[in-house]
Design a protein around this ligand. Structure first.
Ligand code: SAH
Length: 238
């Protein structure tokens, strides 16, 4: 039977935050599907390939694919479908290549590589997923201290939620992680003003060029939140 298709997590950006398991596997892969995000402005740059090349993965191992980044997800869906169809074709042709699909952060946490995985599973292929450090864990390490402790709970909001969900989240005594900051800057500014008793931490491009971290509400309010930003809000303890 064919080896599984590996879904490999690269960590949030700092090459040192990849796991040994992921790196050792990538070193032995023949074909590593690597997204190259394509901004509406036409800008192309691939954090994933930078991470891998800096760790000694060879350019010829990488199979780059363009990933259109826009709010309409049709372009991205088509790109994932193409990658999945190619992998399915290779497997049906009896290819023995060792194949990986990489994702930033953890490949099982809000990862768009899930679309590729769904198509592969539908076609009856086997997948093995390798764990990685998600950006919110790396973010909390930068802030320092416990993300949650004792009886506290953690809620993760991926940028968009209903008014009731936001209000409920801020009123609780639990920790809230908000991803995709560019989708909810207004809500965060509002909540920081309404709930000054909470601790507010804001992070951009963690472990990458342009890394920025602030716990000062006035300073955070001046930023323009990019897509690669995370907000961590902890209730006051004790
Ligand atoms: N699989 C990823 C999450 C992908 S969703 C993970 O495990 O972390 C994309 C969101 O993740 C971004 O909108 C941003 O909120 C967050 N993110 C990913 N990498 C980041 C980084 N280096 N710095 C800050 N936020 C990051």
């Amino acid at each position: 039977m064919r080896e599984p298709i590996y879904f490999v997590s690269l960590g949030p950006g700092d090459p040192e935050l990849i796991t040994l398991q992921a790196l050792r596997l990538l070193e032995r892969c023949d074909r590593i599907y690597t997204p190259v995000p394509l901004a509406p402005s036409g800008r192309r740059s691939s954090k994933a390939s930078e991470i891998m090349l800096s760790l000694g993965i060879r350019p010829e191992q990488l199979q780059s694919y363009d990933l259109p980044m826009s709010k309409q997800r049709d372009g991205a869906q088509a790109a994932y479908r193409m990658v999945a169809d190619e992998i399915i074709r290779l497997s049906r042709e009896g290819s023995t290549e060792r194949i990986a699909v990489v994702a930033e952060g953890d490949s099982g946490f809000y990862s768009s590589s899930a679309y590729i995985g769904d198509h592969l599973l539908e076609a009856g292929l086997q997948i093995r997923q390798l764990a990685g450090v998600p950006a919110f864990i790396a973010s909390n390490a930068l802030v320092g201290g416990q993300l949650v402790q004792l009886e506290e709970q953690l809620r993760v909001i991926p940028g968009e939620a209903s008014a009731e969900e936001w209000a409920e989240a801020w009123q609780g005594k639990h920790t809230i992680v908000v991803m995709k900051g560019s989708l909810c800057q207004e809500e965060i500014l509002r909540a920081m003003a309404l709930y000054p008793e909470r601790q507010w931490h804001y992070l951009e491009f963690v472990g990458q060029e342009g890394e920025y971290c602030s716990s000062d509400v006035a300073e955070i309010s001046q930023r323009k939140f990019p897509y690669f930003s995370i907000i961590i809000s902890k209730a006051r303890r004790g």
